[in-house]
Ligand binder design. Structure first.
Ligand code: FEO
Length: 163
């Protein structure tokens, strides 16, 4: 495989694991402020990120390339209001989308056809990830961040299941 593409896929494994770590930190924050539904949403997201990392891990194994694991960055420990956290999730997902698009671009430039097909799942997944985070940002903006609407949204998020 093209060396630059291989290096960036290994970076992506790290970024997906970091995403899970960041979302777990957010889950811990929501537990602390007694929003168990929001905490559940973040735990489900964290689980999905581990699955994303494993998809890249297994893909490299399948095509006979080396997985190289690096240190995972420390996530934030302090977070703002629920709206601020939801906006941070959306920003982070946009960053991940830009990473997936970079991988796709490199796979096209290197004529790596199996990698292009593999990455299509992630291109679609990022559309979903951004849509889900945007919905929560918009609902928090609509309903405000205190009182009944926040409690209602917390109850809705408590029902979230992994895609
Ligand atoms: Fe692995 Fe939420 O993107």
């Amino acid at each position: 495989m093209d060396k630059k593409l291989l290096g960036e896929i290994n970076v992506q494994i790290n970024k997906e694991l970091f995403s899970g770590y960041l979302y777990l930190a957010m889950a811990a924050h929501f537990e602390e402020v007694n929003l168990p539904g929001f905490a559940h949403w973040m735990k489900v997201q964290a689980g999905e990120e581990l699955e994303h990392a494993m998809k890249f891990f297994e893909f490299l194994n399948e095509i006979g390339e080396n997985v190289v694991l690096d240190a995972i960055e420390k996530p934030d420990a302090k977070f703002g209001s629920p709206l601020k956290v939801a906006e941070q999730v959306l920003e982070h997902e946009k960053f991940v989308t830009s990473r997936i698009h970079l991988l796709y671009k490199l796979a096209v430039e290197a004529n790596e056809y199996p990698t292009q097909i593999f990455l299509q799942w992630f291109v679609n997944e990022q559309v979903e990830e951004e849509k889900n985070a945007t919905e929560i940002v918009e609902q928090l903006k609509l309903g405000g961040e205190s009182g009944n609407s926040l409690i209602m949204l917390d109850r809705v998020l408590a029902q979230r299941k992994a895609d």
